[in-house]
Design a protein around this ligand. Sequence first.
Ligand SMILES: Cc1ncc(COP(=O)(O)O)c(C=O)c1O
Length: 431
Amino acid sequence: MKIKNSESLFKKSKDFIAGGVNSPVRAFKSVGGIPIFFKKARGCYLYDEDGNKYLDFVGSWGPMILGHSNKHIINAIKKQASKGISFGAPTKNELEIAKIIKSYFPSMEKIRMVSSGTEATMSCVRLARGFTNRKLIIKFTGCYHGHVDSLLVKAGSGVATLGIPGSPGIPEELSKLTLSLPYNSVSDIQEAFKIYKDQIAAVIIEPIAGNMGFIEPDKSFLNEVNSLCKTNQSILIFDEVMTGFRVSRGGAQELFDITPDLTALGKIVGGGLPVGVYGGRTEIMNYIAPDGPVYQAGTLSGNPIAVSAGTALLKQLKDKGLYKKLEDKGSQFLQELSGYAAGVGIPFSTNIRGGMFGYFFAEKLPKNFEDVQKSEIGMFTQFFKGMLSENIYLPPSAFESCFLSTEHSEEQLSKTAEIAHKVFKKIKNEI
Ligand SMILES: Cc1ncc(COP(=O)(O)O)c(C=O)c1O
């Protein structure tokens, strides 16, 4: 496969854009090679600058649950653009999307719109600290909550991909206020609350982790996190930027039947445009300016075009049956993959919820970040490269999740599994 145009664009971009990309994981650093530059996307396919066509399992990192270039979303964007692009003032559309969000996420009694997932989690943390008048934040190692100063401690996603433990530029005094604990460890969080109980402002968690690969919490762990927060009046923040409207319509909180105090959303909620949302208990949300003392604002927050795209997508998620269908066809696909891997003698495990899935080159599904690091990352890289050369576009990192859309057909998935079989055999021969 020729990627000469991508190569040349990447080379030139490096002279003008830091690292040649506008977000680190896109640079393909951990898997090697050249990032592909895309010019078009339709349904479940991506088209690059060299005329190659790829079956897409990234889906813009989540938002494309209905596939690329969904006609209702495009029409909504065009319609709104013809009326006005940005007013910097409230619109009726913001009320409409707020009502839909609340109907899907009842815990979000009141919301506030922002322009990215990072802004949503950052605002949750500030609000939790302001509301409780406490300083400490607990997060979990390998969870990624955007590039918020307080949350870039032992994070997943690009931070894990590049092997960065934290980030220069974040004062030690601030990092010290964030405790990072192992995911799925009940004893560690119990211990932390025993020591720091009335200093803990909030616990922030990906209620299904998607940024160290795809890792589910044990129900008992999540219940314990919830109950410790309640007992100690700490704010429980569910970061559902990735899982929201993805693992089920009402996110992981619906699957696990837990009501967090605050929730952060992103990705799907903007239909592919830059939108984030946070929200939760009225009493806490009333603490934000202008009604309350905690300041948070945004010039383009609730931007009419972004809101119209998000609304058009969310309306199409009305039928919850969509998630079962996604999970059924995804499970079938993963079963085929696992069967081929076992036949070849490659350690392989998979997991899926709704339209989000993960795979690891490990016999058993990892439970936390440490387990993921012990998986065969070298095999992951070989697999990624082998699949890419066969026009299958997977996330270029072992510390990310994969995304299915309603546009992926069973036939396409079965063909993908056959391609994977070929790649598994190649990996085995090269060991
Ligand atoms: C769980 C989670 N939280 C927060 C973020 C940050 O969102 P954004 O990249 O829109 O700032 C991400 C991004 O991948 C995420 O996966």
